[in-house]
Design a protein around this ligand. Structure first.
Ligand SMILES: NC(=O)c1ccc[n+]([C@@H]2O[C@H](COP(=O)([O-])OP(=O)(O)OC[C@H]3O[C@@H](n4cnc5c(N)ncnc54)[C@H](OP(=O)(O)O)[C@@H]3O)[C@@H](O)[C@H]2O)c1
Length: 326
């Protein structure tokens, strides 16, 4: 089969598409024919060996995928050949086939395209878990989304609207702000401008942000916390800017505000019931058309490097997807 293979941790230009043997299948596992794989921020770090946990070399990158069950000896988890699924795994999705356990999979509602399914689970589950299970975002509250045109950001914009919040999108370019507003944001802010907090204050009639969804990090995070409303909740989601901020403890005290951590990687084991409930809420919205997940840009398998580069150069609108099977 064809697969992207990382033989040495390296920039994406040095990573090749290769012919490799298809993975072998053990009892209790399933073979999936991969149709599309989503490229996340973490995938870019992993190929360079810069993620907090390193995948042993050689490895096939790609953590999120959609496809069709090709082989399911004993029907583990109730999956049968021909069923359409979406999945999350530690690695291996940028390949024509992947072998996983049923816990990695979720059945795909009818009519959902592979590109949509491959860009759905990680970002939308992160957004819903953060906004609902962690921050208890309420209808009518003011939600500030930083990096609002990125993969997790645009998911937070859409989920925030579904939960009834007023959404203010912060992003660095006019295109990104227009993109966030096209997907439901009520207002947008250029947070690269000094004085952006004054704009936020005006937009919220002096109230501030009840909830801040923050996948960006760096100095912007501390500035944003300074604009939090009384009893506000700031969600630490990620550090796309490359710097982990240090929050002075007097700020939560003065603002009556809380800093809440979000880690999608841990909820399956630490809060499995919550994950099951949120996934069923998400797939319900997906099936009845209330949620139309954003597919950023779709690349052919041979062009997988462009998908990584678009994301790594801060040029991406939404999540990047690689189409693997036609
Ligand atoms: N906690 C969790 O469970 C979880 C789950 C998924 C992702 N994450 C993390 O969340 C972060 C964002 O992921 P994502 O998929 O949303 O990434 P993304 O699609 O690349 O979006 C990140 C956004 O951050 C902003 N940004 C600011 N400074 C940047 C810089 N120097 N380089 C790149 N982007 C910069 C960009 O918006 P502007 O140009 O508008 O500033 C960009 O749109 C990553 O750190 C990822 O690991 C965490």
């Amino acid at each position: 089969m064809k697969a992207v293979v990382v033989e040495h941790y390296a920039p994406i230009d040095q990573i090749e598409l290769k012919d490799v043997p298809a993975p072998s299948i053990e009892p209790g596992q399933l073979r999936i024919r991969v149709e599309a794989a989503g490229i996340g921020f973490v995938d870019g770090l992993k190929i360079e060996g810069r993620y907090q946990t390193k995948d042993p070399l050689p490895f096939i990158p790609g953590t999120e995928f959609a496809g069709v069950v090709a082989d399911a000896p004993g029907a583990p988890g109730g999956y049968h050949p021909g069923m359409r699924v979406m999945g999350m795994t530690r690695s291996g999705a940028l390949a024509e086939e992947i072998v996983v356990s049923p816990a990695a999979l979720h059945p795909l509602p009818d009519g959902v395209a592979p590109e949509v399914a491959a860009s759905f689970r990680a970002n939308y589950l992160t957004a819903l878990y953060a906004l609902s299970a962690r921050a208890s975002l309420g209808a009518g509250e003011q939600l500030l989304v930083l990096g609002a045109a990125g993969g997790t950001g645009i998911a937070a914009v859409q989920i925030g609207k579904l939960l009834g919040a007023r959404v203010i999108a912060a992003a660095s370019t006019p295109d990104k702000r227009a993109f966030a507003q096209a997907h439901g944001a009520d207002a947008a802010i250029d947070y690269t401008q000094t004085g952006w907090r004054d704009t936020l204050k005006d937009l919220t009639a002096g109230h501030g942000a009840d909830v801040i969804f923050d996948p960006v990090g760096g100095e912007i995070s501390v500035q944003a916390f300074r604009s939090i409303a009384w009893r506000g909740r700031h969600l630490a989601v990620g550090f796309a800017a490359g710097t982990i901020p240090a929050l002075p403890f007097n700020l939560p005290l003065l603002k009556g505000g809380a800093l809440l951590g979000v880690d999608l990687a841990q909820i399956a084991t630490r809060e499995p019931d919550v994950q099951t409930r949120l996934m069923s809420q998400l797939t319900g919205w997906l099936a009845d058309g209330q949620l139309k997940p954003v597919v950023g840009q779709v690349f052919a398998f041979a062009d997988f490097r462009e998908a990584f580069k678009t994301m790594q150069t801060r040029a991406a609108l939404g999540k990047m997807v690689v189409r693997i099977a036609p």
